[in-house]
Design a protein around this ligand. Structure first.
Ligand code: ATP
Length: 354
């Protein structure tokens, strides 16, 4: 079991800085995800760990040893890409066993290892087929098998499911998670899909414009987003962020938004009357009730287990997620009950959580 550390790792392509002082401390056996929208520097970060890309500055440590100057092979990492890069002229068994063959391992040993791995990946019935005769999901599993057989110290996944359809993605996600539970190899996974990241990771590093905005468990980044960006990137339906200013009345804190006041909890050191903020409430915490902020239904989107309701109020737009099918229509008057602990507040200028 191997830990991985990135210490102030930066990357520049010419004058364009893609990664800024990335600091990550990945524990041995941990499954972490680099999550962010296209172009935020996830793949570049992963490639620097793999040794496929040099860093401009900073240190990369694998198992406590600085590896900046080691080749990908010397780093002993295995990478699974989105295009599986299987050898088309080799069977599944040959594809999976290829690296061991190159290392000169005896054919009988390879056969046994391939069999065992193929069974756990549910590929044992297709071992003699060629890649073109497999489904996308099977090809993906072959690629994973080929990486796993090397028993690498670290597993790197670059958007491995992006070519698969939605249902297969979910299935593969479960399989990769199960494999991780069984094998416990330190893993770094790259995706732009927040649900995928939440469901598979021990911890998630949310990246934005080449920086890590927050590195935490799925619960931490969901329940206590460190920045405005993390709050809006994580969660579906998306949180609505509104403008307001901090205010005080009768010794209690409030947010004033338009002509409305809403309850809020902010650390006292961050509380300053008149401070401009952005704030939001996750849709499942926007509750429709008998009392509270008055609004009108703007749009209803039933999705099965819940109905997403867009509501216009004098403080701004809110999205509520209400269990089941809501019997309401556009234009209906509603009231929303907002509890202070569920209001996420960010400094207007820096976007940092208050
Ligand atoms: P995606 O999800 O689209 O793959 P990403 O978050 O993985 O995005 P990177 O592939 O790391 O992003 O790229 C980050 C930025 O660096 C992008 O703006 C990209 O255009 C730029 N970039 C990547 N490789 C190079 C290169 N070799 N030369 C110049 N710029 C590059």
């Amino acid at each position: 079991m191997t830990d991985v550390r990135l210490k102030e790792v930066s990357k520049r392509f010419g004058s364009f800085q893609v990664c800024h002082n990335i600091d990550l401390d990945i524990k041995a056996g941990e499954f972490i995800t680099l999550l962010g929208s296209s172009g935020c520097g996830k793949t570049t970060t992963l490639n620097m760990v793999a040794g496929l890309e040099d860093s401009t500055s900073g240190d990369i440590l694998i198992g406590g040893r600085r590896v900046n100057d080691l080749s990908p092979v010397e780093r002993d990492v295995a990478m699974v890409f989105q295009n599986y890069a299987l050898y088309p002229h080799m069977t599944v068994a040959q594809n999976i066993g290829f690296t061991l063959k190159m290392r000169g391992v005896a054919a009988s040993v390879i056969r046994e290892k391939v069999q065992k791995l193929a069974a756990s990946l549910e590929l044992d019935h297709v071992l003699e087929r060629f890649p073109a005769q497999l489904s996308g999901g099977q090809q993906q599993r072959v690629a994973i098998g080929r990486a796993l057989i090397r028993e690498p110290r670290i597993f790197l996944f670059d958007e491995p499911f992006s070519n698969l359809d939605a249902s297969l993605r979910v299935k593969m996600r479960t399989e990769v998670k199960q494999l991780h539970v069984q094998q416990n190899v330190t893993s770094i996974f790259v995706t732009h899909d927040q649900e995928e990241a939440m469901s598979i990771s021990d911890r998630i590093a949310v990246m934005y414009r080449g920086r890590v905005e927050q590195f935490g468990t799925p619960e931490e980044i969901y329940a206590r987003p460190a920045t405005r960006y993390v709050a809006s990137f994580i969660g579906s339906p998306q949180i609505e962020l509104l403008d307001g200013v901090l205010a005080e009345a009768n010794g209690s804190m409030f947010i004033r938004a338009g002509e409305q006041t809403l309850p809020v909890n902010v650390a006292p050191r961050n509380f300053k009357v008149g401070r401009p903020v952005e704030f939001g409430v996750r849709p499942e915490h926007v509750r429709l009730g008998e009392t509270g902020l008055e609004g009108r239904v703007h749009m209803l989107q039933p999705v099965g287990p819940a109905t997403h309701v867009n509501i216009d109020t004098a403080a701004g737009k809110f999205t509520a997620s209400v269990p089941g099918f809501l019997q309401a229509k556009t234009g209906d008057a509603v009231k929303i009950d907002i509890q202070a602990p569920h209001v996420h507040v960010f400094d207007k200028e820096t976007g940092v959580r208050l």
